[in-house]
Design a protein around this ligand. Structure first.
Ligand code: COA
Length: 267
């Protein structure tokens, strides 16, 4: 495990041998509530990890202290999320989530404890969500008199039915992991003590695959599930061509015929 320089309230670790990059929220005393400075800094944290192209093939996001995140920092709303400042806040919030969503490598939200509001918005901007079986999920904006941001809602739309989204947003109640599993909000749930081992196993499986194939798959899923296939078709074709032309494709074929595990290099 090797630590990288990180913005305040974050920790970044990489495991060069496994290809896993860890993006940790380090504000446990506030249940990892995200203040504006953290929303601003999240893209830099993602970028620091993705720049480690040979060492980071998958990013796992986790909140320290047993909770993924209790949402946006309500204590600072009066100054940073009111009046004219509110629109700037929304822009910074969305820029932050978009940077995470568009990370060039797959991302996994490892969810323990509370995953509320903005915390859930972060998990929704990840590719996979794997949680502890005692995790709790909620979208409380209606309890605060707020509107859940439209772009975050658009991400929810690719995952939940309208009825389940309405259930979350209308009630603001906390839903447990079995509800989240049933509705498709999360990919899997495990006993809290086993969660890290299961997430690590999933992450290792992903990290062992061909990076260019993953990059194509991630971009294709994003384009298809958001209805942007026509706009993105050219980009996706180029990403598919890069797979065909890669040394990794040759390595994949050869390794299969030689009955050995392929070693992919992302080129
Ligand atoms: N914003 C700002 N501070 C928060 C916070 C948030 N979203 N969530 C938790 N905190 C702070 C608390 O104010 C408290 O700070 P303090 O120790 O200085 O008083 C600290 O984190 C611990 O929270 P506490 O409520 O004492 O812990 P708990 O385990 O009893 O409850 C929660 C945890 C998350 C259920 C509860 O804090 C909560 O409901 N938070 C708000 C969740 C929310 O509405 N999020 C959506 C925001 S859009």
């Amino acid at each position: 495990m090797h630590a990288l320089p990180a913005p305040e309230n974050f920790r970044l670790h990489i495991e060069p041998d496994s290809g896993i990059g860890w993006l940790l929220f380090d504000r446990a005393h506030k249940r990892n509530a995200f203040n504006l400075a953290m929303w601003r800094a999240l893209p830099e944290a993602v970028e620091t990890l993705t720049q480690q192209a040979n060492n980071v093939r998958v990013i796992v996001l986790r909140g320290l202290g047993g909770h993924f995140g209790a949402g946006a920092d309500i204590a600072e709303f009066e100054t940073v999320r009111a009046g004219r400042a509110a629109e700037d806040y929304d822009r910074i919030h969305e820029r932050s989530l978009k940077a995470l969503e568009q990370a060039h490598v797959p991302t996994i939200a490892m969810v323990e404890g509370y995953c509320l509001g903005g915390g859930l918005a972060i998990a929704l901007a990840c590719d996979l969500r794997i949680s502890a079986d005692d995790a709790l999920f909620a979208l409380p904006p209606a309890r605060l008199g707020l509107a859940f941001p439209l772009d975050a809602l658009a991400r929810l739309r690719t995952i939940l039915s309208a009825a389940h989204a309405a259930e979350l947003l209308f009630t603001g109640e906390r839903f447990d992991a079995s509800w989240a599993l049933r509705t498709g909000l999360i990919n899997a749930a495990y006993p809290a003590k086993e969660l890290e081992a299961h997430v690590r196993k999933r992450a290792l499986r992903i990290a062992a695959n061909a990076p260019l194939s993953l990059k194509y798959a991630k971009a294709a899923i994003a384009a298809l599930w958001s209805g942007r296939l026509n706009e993105e078709r050219g980009t996706l074709q180029a990403l598919a061509r890069a797979c065909y032309e890669s040394a990794d494709y040759e390595e994949g074929r050869r390794a299969f015929l030689e009955r050995r595990t392929p070693v992919f290099r992302g080129r």
